[in-house]
Design a protein around this ligand. Structure first.
Ligand SMILES: *[C@@H]1O[C@H](CO)[C@@H](O)[C@H](O)[C@H]1NC(C)=O
Ligand SMILES: *[C@@H]1O[C@H](CO)[C@@H](O)[C@H](O)[C@H]1NC(C)=O
Ligand SMILES: *[C@@H]1O[C@H](CO)[C@@H](O)[C@H](O)[C@H]1NC(C)=O
Ligand SMILES: [Zn+2]
Length: 416
């Protein structure tokens, strides 16, 4: 009897090491004290009576001598590789969030497709896709057009507090499983999906970064900064403590090697207030004034371009463009402007990281061959009606591979 109990105790201890929860630190039953384990087994948990065996080490102040590229970078506004601003490519990352479907793909087709940078390579953009109402044949189309597909969760549940308190297991089901889900229904490779943006830009402390480290996701793009706008914060890793301001707590404070942070360097609105996404600015120009919007975008861009050239993020939801044609026109004018600047590159988010890990001067960067991506086939099929087991609703979706049995959701991400 006793050995069975001990055995399950050890099993539990193992589970915990994998899943990052603190369940077993103190047990009311004296049988379970670490001492009694020590005397009867060779268990590896014997020497941790006080501390949660799974508690993560706290990130220490960054040590530039130990933290070196390509796999470690201190949080800082220094240009990678010690380059001068004029030798540094100015990256522009255009990103769209949420479901991809027939309502918004028209905009993507009309303003993005076929766009090129001044080096004649295709211009990139990144889509942080959420699952509900997404049409996976259109995700496949975006991917085949050369845009990067990234994760914005399966449920995109409200309220934001759901994300603030999300455990390791919740993030695993919402994010790590979503990667498999998109890969499956859009027929794109798992490896091509590398990035994470938490819904509402609401961070979840250490847990999302632990999941990313365990499931080989390369970067997070959820963390806004207002303090490091001028000069802007460059991407960095979490091996050491971050200097970044925490606008949406809880922010990670543990040392979690591997995943990168691509900070959302806030824009500055007309009254000087920060906005993490272009469509969340409060004091904007008149929504019908194309010229004023163009000036507004360019002046935010110039803070980067004429400064330390930290990547300039243009983060927006499609509805803001389709409901404000003047803003959309200004945005297109801005993209036309940068496609004529020889040291500015509109790229997918993971291209920024590739450069940061291995920084080279802009002349060398320009001369490189264009990136390649392998197109995949989508055998488009309409699926539905599909029963939503989580909310008793009926859904329709389109997929490239097979139709699910029920509407996919967290806990059953393939809808089997
Ligand atoms: C993250 O981990 C650190 C180090 O273990 C810990 O001090 C901190 O409380 C954790 N953050 C959250 C929000 O749990
Ligand atoms: C995004 O950029 C990375 C790095 O250059 C590249 O490997 C990847 O193929 C790109 N993704 C797409 C969909 O073009
Ligand atoms: C998925 O794409 C690959 C690569 O193009 C292709 O060989 C395969 O047939 C596609 N699967 C389906 C179900 O269309
Ligand atoms: Zn979203």
């Amino acid at each position: 009897m006793r050995s069975v109990v001990l055995f399950s105790y050890l099993l539990l201890g193992l589970t915990i090491t994998v899943h990052g929860q603190s369940v077993i630190v103190s047990s009311p039953d004296p049988l379970f004290t670490p001492e009694s384990v020590t005397t009867t087994t060779q268990a590896p948990i014997q020497t941790t009576p006080e501390r949660d065996p799974n508690e993560l080490p706290l990130g220490e102040e960054c040590n530039e001598e130990l933290c070196k590229l390509p796999n470690c970078r201190c949080s800082s506004t220094d240009i990678p590789g010690g380059l001068l601003p004029r030798n540094t490519p100015q990256f522009v990352t255009i990103t769209f969030d949420d479901a991809v479907n027939v309502r918004n793909v028209m905009t993507y087709r009309s303003i993005l497709y076929g766009r090129k940078n001044s080096n004649s390579c295709p211009a990139g953009a990144t889509f942080y896709v959420s699952h509900e109402y997404t049409d996976y044949t259109l995700v496949n189309e975006l991917y085949n057009q050369g845009y990067e597909i990234a994760l914005n969760s399966i449920s995109h549940r409200t309220p934001p507090d759901y994300w603030a308190t999300a455990s390791y297991d919740v993030i695993k089901e919402e994010i790590a499983d979503q990667r498999i889900q998109i890969s499956h229904f859009a027929n794109i490779s798992i490896e091509s999906i590398k990035g994470v943006r938490l819904p509402f830009l609401q961070l979840a402390g250490n847990s999302s970064f632990q999941v990313m480290a365990d499931y080989d996701l390369d970067y997070d793009s959820s963390w806004p900064t207002s303090a490091f706008r001028e000069p802007g914060l460059w991407p960095y890793t979490l091996d050491y403590a971050s200097i970044q301001d925490c606008m949406m707590p809880p922010c990670p404070t543990a040392s979690i090697p591997k995943p990168w942070i691509q900070p959302l360097v806030s824009w500055t609105d007309l009254n000087g207030f920060p906005c993490a996404m272009a469509d969340s600015c409060h004091f904007t120009p008149d929504l019908n004034d194309e010229n004023a919007w163009y000036q507004f975008i360019v002046s935010n861009f110039e803070r980067h371009y004429l400064g330390n050239r930290a990547p300039f993020g243009f983060h927006i939801h499609e509805w803001y463009l389709s409901s404000n044609p003047a803003v959309k026109a200004a945005f297109v004018r801005f993209m036309n402007l940068i496609s004529n600047l020889p040291d500015v590159f509109m790229v997918n988010s993971s291209e920024v990281l590739d450069w940061v890990k291995n920084p080279i001067p802009v002349d060398e960067y320009k001369a490189k061959p264009c990136r390649e991506w392998s197109r995949t086939i989508c055998s488009s099929r309409p699926c539905g009606p599909l029963y939503g087991e989580h909310n008793w609703m009926i859904y329709y979706m389109s997929a490239c591979t097979v139709c699910p049995r029920v509407y996919p959701w967290t806990g059953n991400h393939l809808g089997r």
